[in-house]
Ligand binder design. Structure first.
Ligand SMILES: [Zn+2]
Length: 175
């Protein structure tokens, strides 16, 4: 696969139409909000879909679990694998409100997930103070020759609004 699979998506956001990529991302945003409301961790949510059906939802639980690798994508992958009773998530799509970090990108690759849709970028959350490794998903794909398709800056307005909401949250924690 080539870099042509890494493209920007500017499709108009329509979360009311069910089982569309926008709808799935809106679910990921809701999941992230649930996590920040519970003070589980950072403002990050993820949804895994197979054949247009949501298999799992996950949000960041680094703070509540005190486990540093409990990112939204990792939590969603673990749940999906359990549900499908397989380590192989071929044919699944993953929707993440923010670009997967290098750890999560690697997990996505290991899980053989077909496509990643993400909203805001690693750079966006780095600006908020998160301790990010600044390696974009497209670079991880390139240097690792991963077949995963990347659709970046998807539902970007809603994902930016999520970060903004979190920024205004009193007593938030950065790690
Ligand atoms: Zn991550």
């Amino acid at each position: 696969m080539s870099e042509t699979h890494c493209r920007r998506n500017t499709t108009k956001f329509n979360p009311t139409k069910k089982n569309t990529p926008n709808y799935f991302m809106s679910k990921a945003v809701k999941e992230a909000l649930k996590g920040t409301k519970n003070r589980d961790g950072g403002p990050f949510g993820c949804v895994i879909v197979k054949n247009n059906v949501i298999i799992s939802l996950g949000h960041n639980t680094v703070l509540s679990s005190k486990i540093p690798v409990n990112h939204a994508e990792i939590n969603a992958i673990k749940k999906a694998s359990k549900k499908l009773d397989s380590f192989d998530l071929s044919g699944c799509e993953l929707y993440s409100t923010t670009e997967p970090c290098p750890m999560c990108f690697s997990a996505i690759h290991w899980a053989r997930i077909k496509t990643i849709y993400f909203g805001t970028t690693i750079n966006d959350v780095k600006k908020l103070g998160f301790n990010e490794l600044s390696i974009p998903a497209r670079i991880m794909k390139k240097i690792g020759s991963s077949p995963v398709k990347i659709i970046s800056e998807f539902s970007i307005k809603e994902c930016r609004a999520l970060l903004k909401k979190w920024k205004e949250l009193p007593g938030k924690k950065i790690y």
